[in-house]
Ligand binder design. Structure first.
Ligand code: ADP
Ligand code: TYD
Length: 208
């Protein structure tokens, strides 16, 4: 595992149940006495939470695709330096609600050359990949219904609609197929407790 701890990210389309599942896995591991940090992106450190506000609030055309990639990468770098790396060095399990795969998908599919830009910035400034990634897979219609039912002011991405969510879902599944040793695909369209039991069993099988 990375450094001395273990880094687990949760990925999936909006409303797939990632946050619920990340929390349930953290609770489950803590109940067994594991030292767990539960965090999220964009955000997770004070500076990155400020960048989160810039990214998720306001008009959909507030930033160009390139500027947005820089902001997500800046937020990730701060989160990594101040929260993730210190926790891993201290031997903790870090559970992160979204990480670099979200940028590869959400920003990478927005135009020609953008995925390459995301990958180059990642290689220069982030480098780290999670030890394990849980991809919570879900029909876009179901996910979007759930995400919109959960009211909030952070609607810049969710308002992009079902067609985009369909492309994102396909992109996440393709990514999982290219990195099967890291990314586990979990069917999220089941009762939360059932999904959580599935994830816990698969994660525990791989924890040191
Ligand atoms: P995400 O972080 O992927 O956007 P959330 O965990 O915030 O998803 O869940 C989105 C909404 O769906 C929340 O209102 C949550 O309570 C609900 N939810 C989560 N998991 C399930 C599930 N397995 N079945 C039904 N509703 C769920
Ligand atoms: P999140 O709070 O996880 O939203 P949700 O619970 O609806 O899944 O993430 C907020 C939005 O930010 C979400 O629509 C995905 C988007 N996002 C990116 O576009 N790129 C990224 O690198 C990350 C981390 C998130």
């Amino acid at each position: 595992m990375t450094a001395r701890g273990c880094f687990i990210s949760f990925e999936g389309i909006d409303g797939s149940g990632k946050s619920t599942q990340a929390r349930m896995l953290a609770d489950h591991l803590r109940a067994q006495g594991t030292d767990v940090i539960l965090t999220r992106e964009p955000g997770g450190s004070p500076g990155a939470e400020q960048i989160r506000k810039l990214l998720l609030e306001g008009a959909t055309d507030r930033w160009s695709a390139e500027t947005e990639i820089l902001l997500f990468t800046a937020a990730r770098r701060d989160h990594l330096e101040r929260v993730i790396d210190p926790a891993l060095a201290a031997g903790k399990v870090v559970i992160c609600d979204r990480f670099a795969d979200s940028t590869r998908m959400y920003q990478g599919i927005r135009g020609a050359g953008l995925r390459d830009l995301v990958d180059r910035l990642h290689a220069m400034l982030i480098e780290r990949e999670p030890d394990m990634t849980v991809l919570v897979d879900m029909e876009p219609e179901t996910g979007l219904e759930r995400a919109l039912a959960r009211a909030g002011g952070e609607a810049r991405f969710e308002t992009f609609g079902a067609e985009l969510q369909t492309r994102l879902r396909a992109g996440f599944l393709e990514l999982a197929a290219t990195a099967p040793e890291r990314i586990m695909v979990i069917d999220g369209d089941r009762p939360a407790a059932e999904v959580a039991a599935d994830i816990a069993a698969r994660v525990e099988a791989r924890l040191p």
